[in-house]
Design a protein around this ligand. Structure first.
Ligand code: EPU
Length: 342
């Protein structure tokens, strides 16, 4: 049966970005299956148009109306695909909510994603920025990704090596941006399961509760508590999670900064460089709780910019630039935004 594509003209994107920023898409096409992607490719109207792929809109700053053809990914599905000796493989539709998918795996008795609970956004967006939290990144759990090529309409399965993952980065932000649609994500949950408790905040939970051998469900609950205590719920206060990446500096630069600011939060990386906590840098510049116009810096985590109500994208960018300038002025470090700016 050939159903027509679901197309909205002049669609408001405000409900589809977690910052709650206003913008209008000239055309928005709802994609509920791989077949829909192929219909777009074959369509005389949309086939050759430039595309913008929209997932949960949780890593997005909209500064203007969008003249591109917006493909809103709503492909659903969750199943245990395979049980191997060393791992469970689960297959998830790109339009599924990431957090609900994590909760579902635990309900099925398939642990391994619990440290990444409550990350906003969709499953399809998770490889794009290589989401990560509390010691696990998507690249540590990815088996493969199905993508449909927007020129040929062909489906290709990409293994982890072809995704070129790096910290909050992947091939989908570069060579493949706007050229492919992620339709399915397969995750590998290692067996036997091992808890990852290396983060200070998790160690604190163990000390507080005296639960020294938490199961995956317990870790999931702790992660939800930790995140709720310091990150704003996008359903209540518009935001896009961490607004800047944590900068990486050389050992020499790090020593230099420590010389001036001994308190600076820094983590050694395997290659000898150091990752600095961007939230600490912004906080040290006095930005926590401050605002420019209707855009502000969250009171409990300076790395998160928030919409104080009715903000437009330009206000968010003005605030972001002011923060970048003061961090550069004081520490000589350029902060790089994490979300995609349109
Ligand atoms: N800090 C401050 N002041 C602040 C914020 C942080 O001093 O206002 C200090 C904290 O005390 C802590 C350090 O900076 O010592 C790091 O803070 P936190 O543990 O909150 O982690 P983060 O580096 O700010 C990163 C990710 C988060 C992820 C957490 C936990 C990035 C850009 N952010 O935040 O991811 O949840 O670690 O793993 O890598 C996201 O990407 O949207 C996101 C929320």
């Amino acid at each position: 049966m050939h159903l027509p594509l679901a197309v909205d003209r002049g669609a408001s994107l405000k409900p589809y970005n977690t910052f709650g920023l206003p913008a209008v898409a000239r055309t928005l096409v709802r994609i509920t299956s791989e077949a829909d992607v192929r219909k777009v490719v074959d369509s005389p109207e949309f086939g050759r148009a430039r595309k913008f792929i929209l997932g949960g809109g949780s890593n997005l700053v909209l500064t203007q109306d969008v003249d591109l053809c917006v493909l809103k990914i709503e492909i659903m599905g969750k199943r245990l695909l395979e049980t191997r000796d060393d791992a469970f493989i689960v297959e998830l539709g790109a339009g599924e909510s990431w957090h609900e998918a994590v909760a579902w795996t635990l309900d099925q008795g398939l642990p391994g994603l619990e440290n990444m609970a409550l990350i906003p956004g969709t499953v399809g967006a998770s490889p794009v920025q290589n989401i990560g939290a509390y010691g696990v990144e998507l690249q540590d759990r990815l088996e493969s990704v199905d993508v449909v090529d927007l020129t040929t309409g062909r489906t290709v399965t990409l293994g982890v090596d072809r995704c070129h993952f790096a910290y909050r980065d992947s091939v989908f932000k570069h060579e493949l941006a706007g050229k492919t649609v992620i339709t399915k994500v397969r995750l590998r949950l290692p067996r036997p399961w091992k808890p990852l408790l290396g983060y200070l905040e998790l160690e604190r939970k163990i000390a507080e509760t005296c639960i020294t051998q938490p199961d995956a469900r317990q870790i999931f609950d702790w992660i939800c508590e930790i995140r709720r205590a310091k990150l704003p719920d996008p359903a209540v206060i518009g935001n896009a999670g961490s607004f800047f990446k944590n900068p990486v500096v050389t050992a020499e630069q790090c020593r230099d900064i420590i010389g001036r600011d001994p308190e600076i939060v820094h983590y050694p990386l395997p290659d000898g460089s150091f990752k600095l906590a961007a939230g600490w840098l912004i906080d040290a510049c006095g930005w926590k709780g401050k605002s420019i116009g209707r855009a502000g810096v969250y009171e409990k985590q300076a790395l998160v910019l928030v919409n104080r109500g009715g903000a437009i994208g330009a206000e968010v960018l003005t605030l972001a630039r002011a923060i970048q300038e003061s961090v550069y002025g004081r520490f000589g470090i350029r902060l790089e935004p994490e979300p995609v700016v349109v």
